[in-house]
Design a protein around this ligand. Sequence first.
Ligand code: AKG
Length: 485
Amino acid sequence: TETYPSVKRDSKFKHLSSEDITFFQSILSQQELLLASDQDNLEFYNEDWMRKYKGQSSLVLRPKTVKKVSQILKYCNDNHIAVVPQGGNTGLVGGSVPVFDEVILSLNYLNQIRDFDPVSGILKCDAGVILENADQFLAEHGYIFPLDLGAKGSCHVGGVVATNAGGLRLLRYGSLHGSVLGLEVVLPNGAIVSSMHALRKDNTGYDLKQLFIGSEGTIGVITGVSILTPPRPNAFNVSFLALENFQAVQNVFVKAKKDLAEVLSAFEFMDSYSQDLTRKHLENINHPFEEEHPFYVLIETSGSNKEHDDAKLEAFLESVIEEGLVVDGVVAQDETEFRNLWQWRELIPESAQANGGVYKYDISLPLKDLYSLVEAANQRLEQLGILGDVPKPVIRAIGYGHVGDGNLHLNVAVREYSKQVEEALEPFIYEFISSKKGSISAEHGLGFQKKNYIGFTKTEPEIRLIKDLKHHYDPNGILNPYKYV
Ligand code: AKG
């Protein structure tokens, strides 16, 4: 667990007093307020999913109305009390947990669907609705949430918007910057800015909602989301392919875009190391291929006509095998196989973590360079003599991710977290990304993990603008302090 040696608690923030607690108790019910001193277990809220970042907050507030969110923020702002907004707490950069004693403002109980228009497909909901619940609600109406990710059973709609998560089908449905139509946001001074628009077109000046998408809770707390959802495809296919090298991955991608065109909904790649760790983790389930291959690709199609999609996929697969781009391949024959094939991709993060810990880098790079970082990382760890069997600390750097979006997930699986490994990886990895003109965060955000490295992707003038905006919206700096701004 990170002990935050590199930062100090900012003395401008007030330590909570009994008067503060009394105020919060006056506006919230017992269920909405958790106090460490009441023996409530706050560990879930203080610690992140990876058990890497851990704060020491003694107060979790879980308001059930937007008005209460506003009252809480106004009080904290007036009294210089630091606040960390929290959704499902599934983030991977330490952005949703306190660093010190910040009050945790959880959106858990703000979890109602507000409205759905079955003609336009526009959904309005509270920020705390769990992504999977929103998707299930939409399924009943023949629609689909335009974002899907492994943490769907826990993450919140507001959280994915606040972090601008990308997920598994961005290739098909685009980024949240396109599908979110409106937001309701509470500013640090308690002002409720309601712009829950339901318009695809609205050219009336600055598009303010864009500022909050991906802002990671640093300038306002998202309490409501209006989002355009597409019709739910009724035909799905998934195929899992084995390839010899990363050039073949790129060639197959180009061909999939052309041949599968409008039915292509995901194109994911995985290296052999990632599958090796996942095979060990999922001991009782057979991998689609007995033999190991350097690379694997998962291709999903979804459309409105199964026969049409099947024919397209079949012709595509025949042609990539004939051309020697793919050495082996399977296609899911039913719903169970469909889910099983997906799990070889979706359970990599859990498998990478299973042996002690994992350093995660979520990166954008030009496609041709996407895999070179994994090779460079392994080479470096090897040269430093810290990769290999016990007692070496590093098991392996693995690579997988969203080829369609130029997004690599580099995971360095370790036996335990250590300064030695961290220093071997950082700033090495960020320098590599910068040299290739990539981004140090494709879809996870900066949070605490990457706060010192923003300069590897953004320029000085850009960082200055970010700071100006932060100061404008949050002059007392109470929202999510110590993180990236
Ligand atoms: C994914 O699996 O697509 C993720 O975003 C998680 C990646 C990771 O855990 O590093």
